[in-house]
Design a protein around this ligand. Structure first.
Ligand code: GDP
Ligand code: MG
Length: 303
């Protein structure tokens, strides 16, 4: 059956949940491209990021968010909490992601925001691929189902893609009749520059120990085409001088390896050869300075 303009559907779907449950992994799987970086560390996602999936029948605009943070004392954390909560305005349906067999205070906090919003919610129970004993899942699902009148409860693996076709089927019911809002070649609202900086930050998040990742950000200084090679200069801002030497590593080894991993992913993104130069600089207090945040690109998206 051919889709006519009158039965095409569109909608916004928010993906919410505490840090590390797999929101960005889910978004990337659904849109078939890495638009949002992932790592085992909380605070990997700092911004609201759109991932757009367009088919011949429908267009879904997924909104990935930072997890909600309890400690909102620093300007950076307050920024992330704003990005996480403002998403619950004007979406058609919300996906609430939790981890199988685990329910924490942070999940409870996210759920209370969902209840307040009165938006229909689909509960996704993620990481089922990790379960050795699947028999416990059924009783967990029963326990969780009484916490809220969820529209659907679906166990999935965002990493492996298990059951995500079921999710997409269900989402269709919440879309509204409309012609597409974004052009069909758009996978995200973010610029190539932004995605490039995020890829570098992902390698830093994954490659560094506990403290430094939360105190750094990446700024693209220049982006130039020269004879079929894209030359990129990026600055890595840290808070303190000792963090600078950690990022650089012994004889520059760590920075070299981060540069190499980043370059490979950026080449995939651009489908071009890339020459990448990384510099580490110290800017004390950037993450607690509203003005420094603004100048580094941390602008509130929906305000
Ligand atoms: P976010 O903070 O909610 O965006 O979580 P991420 O998408 O960054 O994922 C956090 C970690 O969980 C990463 O190391 C992912 O690879 C991992 N992860 C996400 N989904 C799954 C899943 O379905 N199964 C398994 N085994 N790991 C997952
Ligand atoms: Mg994330």
């Amino acid at each position: 059956m051919k889709t006519t303009e009158t039965d095409y559907r569109c909608g916004y779907v928010a993906i919410v949940g505490r840090p590390n449950v797999g929101k960005s992994t889910l978004l990337n799987y659904l849109v078939g491209q890495k638009v949002s970086i992932t790592s085992r560390k909380p605070q990997t996602t700092r911004h609201q990021i759109l991932g757009i999936k367009t088919t011949s029948h429908y267009q879904v605009i997924y909104v990935d968010t930072p997890g909600l943070h309890k400690n909102a004392s620093r300007a950076m954390n307050r920024y992330m909490n704003r990005a996480a909560t403002s998403v619950l305005h004007g979406v058609n349906v919300v996906i609430f992601l939790i981890e199988a067999l685990r329910w924490t205070d942070e999940d409870e906090m996210v759920l209370s925001r969902i209840k307040d919003s009165e938006i229909p919610a689909i509960l996704l129970v993620n990481k089922v691929d990790k379960l050795e004993d699947k028999s416990k899942l059924l009783s967990f699902l029963q326990e969780i189902s009484i916490k809220h009148s969820f529209e659907h409860i679906i166990p999935v693996s965002a990493l492996k893609g298990n059951n995500l076709d079921e999710l997409e089927k269900v989402i269709f019911d919440y879309l509204e009749v409309s012609s597409p809002w974004y052009s069909d070649d758009m996978v995200t609202d973010r610029s190539i520059r932004f995605l490039t900086a995020e890829i570098i930050r992902e390698k830093l998040m994954r490659g560094l120990g506990q403290e430094v990742p939360y105190d750094l950000t990446v700024e693209i200084e220049s982006f130039k085409e020269k004879e079929n090679v894209t030359h990129i200069n990026a600055l890595i801002w840290v808070e303190r001088a000792n963090q600078k030497s950690i990022v650089i590593g012994k004889k520059g080894e760590r920075l070299k390896s981060i540069g190499k991993q980043s370059r490979k992913d950026i080449e995939k993104l651009l489908d071009k050869k890339v020459y990448l130069e990384l510099w580490v600089k110290v800017k004390e207090g950037w993450s607690d300075d509203e003005r420094a945040l603004l100048s580094l690109g941390y602008k509130d998206e929906l305000e």
